[in-house]
Ligand binder design. Structure first.
Ligand SMILES: *[C@@H]1O[C@H](CO)[C@@H](O)[C@H](O)[C@H]1NC(C)=O
Ligand SMILES: *[C@@H]1O[C@H](CO)[C@@H](O)[C@H](O)[C@H]1NC(C)=O
Ligand SMILES: *[C@@H]1O[C@H](CO)[C@@H](O)[C@H](O)[C@H]1NC(C)=O
Ligand SMILES: *[C@@H]1O[C@H](CO)[C@@H](O)[C@H](O)[C@H]1NC(C)=O
Length: 580
């Protein structure tokens, strides 16, 4: 069994990466010297290595996107992902492969799934892993089989050597592939991303994403032996959303229970997620699964794929898996860049993954809760704390004492003195937190809030990304909480995409208390409101608030006092990251 270090030494792909890194090293040194030499008032370029993330998942270079087939096998976490071996833009897609003991330190292996058979000759797109009854992992994935159009077929692969805990080599049995092709009536360019299969009443089921007219849907495929698959007449579920990519379907334990369930275990409640190709966000519902009919019914049909998102920011093509080692369900997802394609080419890389999140059903039963896996806390270094500090209207204070806050983890509990001053909520924004945040950004004075953090801020506050709450009152006097990330002042660099991202937080704030956690990582701000009820990941590219130029503040732009009951900020160390 290879130790991590040996993995790096023996894998030719890793060696290649190492060579590429060495080749790039001279540029890196050159660039970082430039960045340090520049006076802080002169914006540095987006290609600065100080903006390359430190502890979020990424390979040493090139384009990455959606996560695929995350799984736990013989002591290792495996993560596969869409990867372009040839550049920092989408194309030439293969499945790159990394392994980890803790979901935080990663070792790169050679690509696991790459074009090699007629039904995947022009690309290996997303898919999932299923552990069969005897413990054998199977990968199902979408292959592109025609060069003129993106003709999609589903394929299957098995490990060449089941005793290899690193699962380095995969075989695609010719007698089985493809396992599902687009039949008449199915649009062959909109038929992809098989899910993890589950076993019910002696039959395996898996889903494949698709669309009919404008209804996004999840086709159901059934199999007795995991080899021959037949499509069921009805989809599991559908909604008026356009194409469903990367569906994900899994049972959850009872309301408020933090343990996860294996995908084949029975759950009182289930979650069905769809990545909506039109809006490029991951929406989900909580509902019931009727296995005799293979139908899923969301609890709240009115909220069908318009309301609940895993993340209200930059987060797409996610996948979950059941982790038997810690009896939890873990969510992995992709965040793309918000800079330009020429910048990505100049940087030589594009795309990261969110910190893996544990997910479970909220005590209300109405939504999920998400929290960074506990292993990320191993990266915490030096910390500072603030307690019982009141922030008056229009005031802010700096959190000092860390060498730098450009790679940090911040947890803060706020206490609002009173909700009396909350602004009236305009019902026109009922379903559109993002629009509301666009109008009422961090600098627009409010009643209760906006209050929160300015992260990756320059000392003169010309650059800052705001992560904040703002409380409204609806027509019945009931509080409505908005959580928002406002990057409009995040960078002096021109031509960046700086969307405000926001979601409502369905939390009881009658006590006046609300918490916020932000994982800050150079060009990522990944935030968790109210214990993981609402999450927002944003990509930002400061030009002066980089490296030691990055500061952290607490601000209050409302009319009511806000108390920081407790704030702790940790410097975050860099884990082993695929040899980078
Ligand atoms: C991968 O990226 C391409 C290009 O942005 C996108 O069209 C596709 O939906 C993504 N797929 C996954 C599975 O991430
Ligand atoms: C299979 O993997 C095991 C464990 O890594 C190794 O000892 C064995 O030699 C491998 N078998 C083959 C045929 O490669
Ligand atoms: C299949 O989907 C593509 C992409 O949305 C669309 O352009 C095409 O018209 C569809 N084909 C059919 C036969 O509906
Ligand atoms: C990626 O970034 C662009 C902006 O640069 C955005 O419009 C797009 O929707 C993003 N998300 C995905 C999942 O492609």
């Amino acid at each position: 069994m290879g130790t991590p270090r040996r993995v790096l030494l023996v894998a030719p792909w890793a060696l290649l990466l190492l060579a590429l890194q060495l080749a790039a090293a001279s540029h890196v040194i050159h660039r970082s010297l430039e960045a340090e030499a520049a006076p802080p008032s002169v914006p540095s370029s987006i290609v600065s290595p100080l903006l390359r993330t430190g502890y979020h998942f990424q390979p040493p270079r090139n384009w990455i996107n959606g996560t695929a087939a995350p799984m736990y096998y013989k002591g290792w976490y495996h993560l596969f992902y869409q990867y372009n071996p040839k550049g920092a833009v989408w194309g030439n897609i293969v499945w790159a492969h990394s392994v980890s003991h803790d979901l935080i330190n990663w070792f790169a292996l050679e690509p696991a799934i790459y074009p090699s058979i007629p039904s995947d000759k022009y690309g290996c797109w997303s898919g999932s892993a299923t552990l069969l009854a005897d413990g054998t992992p199977a990968i199902t994935y979408t292959g592109i089989s025609r060069p003129d159009i993106n003709y999609q077929e589903q394929n299957i692969a098995f490990p060449k050597n089941k005793s290899d805990p690193l699962l380095r080599e995969w075989v695609k049995p010719a007698e089985l592939n493809p396992i599902a092709s687009p039949e008449p009536g199915i649009n062959a360019t909109q038929f992809r991303d098989p899910t993890t299969a589950w076993l019910a009443d002696g039959h395996w089921r898996m889903l494949v994403g698709g669309v009919r007219d404008t209804r996004g849907l999840a086709f159901v495929y059934r199999s007795k032996d995991f080899k021959k698959w037949t499509r069921a007449k009805h989809p599991l579920h559908s909604a008026l959303t356009g194409m469903w990519e990367c569906p994900d379907f899994f049972p959850v334990a009872g309301s408020g229970e933090e343990n996860g369930l294996d995908t084949s275990e029975h759950g009182e409640k289930y979650v069905l997620k769809a990545s909506l190709d039109l809006t490029r966000y991951d929406y989900y519902t909580v509902g019931r699964y009727h296995k005799e009919k293979d139908r899923y019914v969301p609890d709240n049909p009115a909220g069908d794929y318009h309301r609940l998102r895993y993340d209200y920011g930059n987060f797409y093509a996610s996948k979950t898996f059941y982790d038997p080692a810690k009896r939890r369900r873990v969510l992995t997802g992709w965040a793309n860049e918000s800079d330009s394609v020429p910048d990505d080419k100049a940087k030589g890389w594009a795309g990261i993954h969110a910190i893996p999140r544990k997910i479970w059903l909220d005590p209300s039963g109405k939504q999920l809760l998400q929290w960074p896996v506990e292993e990320v806390e191993k990266l915490r270094g030096k910390s500072v704390s603030v307690s019982g500090k009141v922030v008056k209207p229009g005031q802010h204070f700096e959190v000092t004492g860390l060498a730098t806050s450009y790679q940090a983890d911040v947890e803060v509990s706020f206490e609002m003195s009173s909700l009396d001053k909350a602004e009236p909520f305009d019902p026109a924004y009922d379903n559109d937190a993002q629009k509301l945040c666009g109008v009422k950004g961090a600098d627009v004075k409010g009643g209760v809030g906006p209050f929160g953090l300015w992260v990756l801020a320059s000392g003169d506050l010309r650059e800052k990304t705001a992560v904040f709450f703002r409380v409204f009152k609806d027509g019945y006097g009931k509080p409505k909480v908005l959580m928002c990330t406002d990057p409009t002042k995040s960078s002096l660099s021109p031509d960046l995409y700086k969307p405000t991202f926001a979601g409502f937080v369905d939390t009881d704030i009658s006590s006046g208390k609300i918490s916020l956690r932000s994982l800050i990582d150079r060009s990522v701000v990944e935030s968790f409101g109210a214990g993981g009820k609402t999450c927002i990941l944003s990509r930002v590219y400061p030009s002066i608030a980089i490296g030691k130029g990055a500061h952290l503040y607490v601000f209050n732009n409302g009319e009511a006092d806000v108390k920081v009951s407790r704030l702790t900020a940790w410097e975050m160390k860099k884990p082993l990251m695929n040899g980078a």
